[in-house]
Design a protein around this ligand. Structure first.
Ligand code: PEP
Ligand code: MN
Length: 279
């Protein structure tokens, strides 16, 4: 059998996101924050200001949303991508957004720095093959009920096509207890860090499904060795059109960052991009 590229021995890879931002061991922690879904220009601008104040380099926001019900908001589509791009141009903030289908790849590539593959598409092999042909960072989220080996095979599809800029994201897996939306597999993060040279980040928001434990999970994720976090935040969380219960307010986000400082320091990682801190 052909050797698996994801199992390539260390040293660990870093994935270059922009000229100034990289994710991986030996790099600053890659912190991404923003709304579940792009809802409008003022929402994104307020969020961008919170990122800048906290020295956070990257904005998330879905324009194409994979919703459980076809009757709920499906995202702003291309208009949402243009709004994200406005933030990218005006503030030099990197943009992470999801692609759900092969037809969306071209337009998403034009407006985003990192293309997200959501949990529901982790084993969409034709999508993964198409992303393997790009020269663009891919944030691959773990499937809702995927083993770590299936996760690594999914990443292999992208690497096999020639794109080695893959960042893995643990976002919680299905279990029996409804207390949290999913169960954050921190043991899995540690295993991935052993098995693959690819960077691994953690999404505490979709794991928890509730805002009150996001800080605890984020601290634990950094302590276990994650290379970054992707967190849902919103200027008015209660009004969020999707995932309102897990969205942090902008003030909560500042408090989260403050509580992460000592953990990052203990792990020998910088948390903030000083050049970005504007206030
Ligand atoms: C998201 O990050 O917007 C998302 C839908 O997450 P997941 O694919 O992990 O459910
Ligand atoms: Mn969400």
């Amino acid at each position: 059998m052909t050797e698996r590229k994801v199992l390539k021995p260390k040293p660990n890879a870093k994935v270059q996101i922009t000229a100034d931002i990289a994710c991986g061991e030996g790099q600053p922690l890659w912190i991404v924050a923003g709304p579940c879904a792009v809802e409008g220009a003022s929402q994104l601008e307020a969020t961008a200001q919170a990122l800048l104040q906290n020295g956070v380099s990257s904005l998330r926001g879905g324009a194409f949303k994979p919703r459980t019900s076809p009757y709920t908001f499906q995202g702003m589509g291309e208009e949402g991508l243009q709004l994200l791009d406005g933030i990218r141009q005006n503030h030099q903030i990197a943009v992470v957004t999801e692609v759900m289908a092969i037809e969306q790849i071209e337009v998403v590539s034009q407006h985003a720095d990192v293309i997200q593959v959501g949990s529901r598409n982790m084993q969409n092999f034709s999508l993964l093959k198409a992303l393997g042909e790009l020269d663009k960072p891919i944030l691959l989220k773990r499937g809702l009920a995927s083993t770590l080996d299936e996760f690594l095979w999914a990443a292999e599809y992208i690497l096999a096509g020639g794109n080695d800029k893959v960042i893995l994201c643990e976002r919680g897996i299905r279990s029996f207890d409804p207390e949290t939306r999913n169960v954050l597999d921190l043991g899995g993060v540690a295993v991935l860090k052993e098995k693959t040279h690819l960077p691994v980040i953690v999404d505490p928001s979709h794991a928890a499904g509730r805002r009150d434990i996001i800080t605890a999970l984020s601290r634990a994720a950094i302590a276990v060795g994650a290379d970054g976090l992707i967190v849902e935040i919103h200027p008015n969380p209660q009004a969020s059109v999707s995932d309102a219960a897990q969205a942090l307010s902008l003030d909560d986000f500042t408090a989260l960052m403050t509580s992460l400082d000592p953990i990052a320091q203990a792990m020998g990682r910088s948390l903030r991009q000083p050049a970005l801190v504007k206030a």
